[in-house]
Design a protein around this ligand. Structure first.
Ligand SMILES: Nc1ncnc2c1ncn2[C@@H]1O[C@H](COP(=O)(O)OP(=O)(O)OP(=O)(O)O)[C@@H](O)[C@H]1O
Ligand SMILES: [Mg+2]
Length: 445
């Protein structure tokens, strides 16, 4: 498999510039493109992607006596509470499967006790799963002996936890260089690499301080620098920013996103904050009682929450910053040429139950749109499509956020054509844009 993850040494110069993102900014990342083609629980496709770096298959972690038996035979109809009452065992992770692609940030989000930490600890084999498979680049983690596991942790997989995990008696530099010392590489390389990542996370000048002399955010950066120093391809984060106050937390999120855009690591990121999940995640899995309830892109979760548990999280989400034209538009089903007759067009629109047709040239390129309402208002049914063509209809790209569509539909009071590589793939009416903005509960966000 081709490795796209970039080494720190090549990116450090760029990263140094990106390392301290401005405090503030949008709650939800509006610049990164999410891949909506990925499998999501909502469409029933839980398949494992062949190009994955990390695969988790039917993973179970049961705490208590008889855990193994229970993982093999528990009645799927029983809730976690019922199982606890009947057996005294906790189903911390219950038959979870997912894959994480090269360069993807996969977020696992859920309320306290839902099993997030247990799951991520199983992924790093800090605790032993009861049942299931974990594959790293196709290699079975659970079959590895201690030495192989140590190698994976030293070279391939980094972990960052909520309470920093720094050595209190070591200075910043010593903390960061530690992971390189145990790799046994030469001292000059160790020093260069450690300096590079310290610079990267914005801690230059603090090398000789002890962790207790730093703020929470700075201590978290030391933790991040320690994980990055060994240049792992896979990073596991367990609520790394939860202990930080909101401004510092946002700054760290922005920094992580900037960093990820440069180094393209494969990341699993745990949080109980839905907005944080949407902001940093390419895909997000929502966890409850040890199971994944829904898995999808932020847009999929917000536009199509599978149940009330997920819907509750989406309530306060600024939909205009998450939803794109892709999920708001009505797909274009009727394309016509300008010289077609209105009679034909009306028949085709009616047969497809469409309000709007897309007018294209001979090469299929977008020219404008026609609305059924405009045809009805036109006396001359023998005219061609050109006579009712709205060729000055506003256009937007399929990835455009709802917030940028609103002024267009309000300004023109009519549909916007949504383009993908010059082809019209759908239209967004004023009503559709407003309905998406207010969501199910009728409150605009
Ligand atoms: N070592 C253990 N022994 C027994 N039960 C455990 C153990 N570790 C975790 N659990 C139980 O497993 C369940 C999941 O715990 P876990 O720590 O994974 O949740 P979490 O989603 O990370 O919660 P939080 O957001 O509070 O960190 C909880 O019911 C917890 O009590
Ligand atoms: Mg936890």
């Amino acid at each position: 498999m081709e490795r796209k993850s970039r080494s720190l040494s090549t990116d450090a110069r760029y990263l140094a510039a990106a390392s301290i993102a401005p405090v503030g900014g949008n709650v939800v990342n509006t610049t990164r493109e999410h891949n909506s083609g990925l499998p999501s629980a909502s469409d029933g496709d839980w398949g494992i992607d062949p190009g994955s770096r990390l695969e988790c298959r039917n993973l179970w972690k049961v705490f208590g006596d008889g855990a193994q038996n229970l993982a093999n035979s528990v009645d799927p109809a029983l809730s976690r509470e019922q199982v606890l009452a009947q057996t005294g065992c906790v189903l911390a992770v219950r038959d979870i499967s997912f894959d994480v692609r090269e360069g993807e940030t996969f977020v696992i989000m859920g309320l306290s006790g839902s099993g997030k930490s247990t799951l991520v600890r199983c992924l790093g084999r800090l605790i032993e799963p009861t049942r299931g498979e974990i594959l790293i680049d196709g290699e079975d983690m659970l079959a590895m002996n201690k030495q192989q596991l140590r190698d994976i942790r030293r070279h391939k997989m980094g972990m960052v936890f909520q309470h920093f995990g720094n050595f209190p008696h070591k200075r910043v530099f010593e903390n960061v260089v530690y992971g390189l010392q145990i790799q046994g590489i030469d001292k000059a390389t160790q020093r260069n690499r450690a300096s590079e990542v310290i610079d990267l996370v914005g801690l230059s000048g603090w090398e000789e301080r002890y962790p207790h002399e730093l703020s929470g955010g700075m201590q978290q950066r030391v933790g991040l620098a320690r994980a990055l120093a060994v240049d792992p391809e896979i990073l596991l984060f367990d609520e790394p920013f939860s202990a930080l106050d909101p401004l510092i937390r946002r700054e760290m999120q922005d920094q992580l996103i900037a960093l990820q855009q440069m180094v393209q690591k494969t990341m699993v990121f745990i949080t109980h904050d839905f907005l944080e999940a949407l902001k940093v995640g390419d895909r997000v899995a929502i966890m409850k009682d040890g199971e994944f309830v829904q898995m999808g892109t932020p847009e999929e979760l917000v536009s199509n929450p599978i149940d009330d548990y997920v819907r509750d999280f989406t309530r306060d989400v600024p939909r205009s910053k998450v939803l794109t034209a892709r999920s708001v538009m009505t797909p274009a089903r009727v394309s016509v040429c300008a010289d077609e007759s209105l009679v034909d067009l009306r028949e085709r629109l009616a047969s497809q139950a469409c309000e709007t047709g897309v007018v294209v040239d001979e090469q299929g390129r977008f020219i404008g749109i026609v609305r059924l309402a405009d045809i009805d208002g036109d006396g001359s049914m023998h005219s061609s499509v050109a006579s009712v063509l709205r060729d000055s209809c506003p256009t937007a790209e399929v990835g455009a956020r709802l917030e940028s569509l609103i002024p267009l539909v309000i300004g023109r009071g009519g549909p916007i054509a949504i383009l993908d590589n010059g082809r019209c793939v759908g239209t967004v009416s004023t009503q559709a844009a407003m309905a998406a903005l207010v969501g199910d509960d009728g409150v605009a966000t």
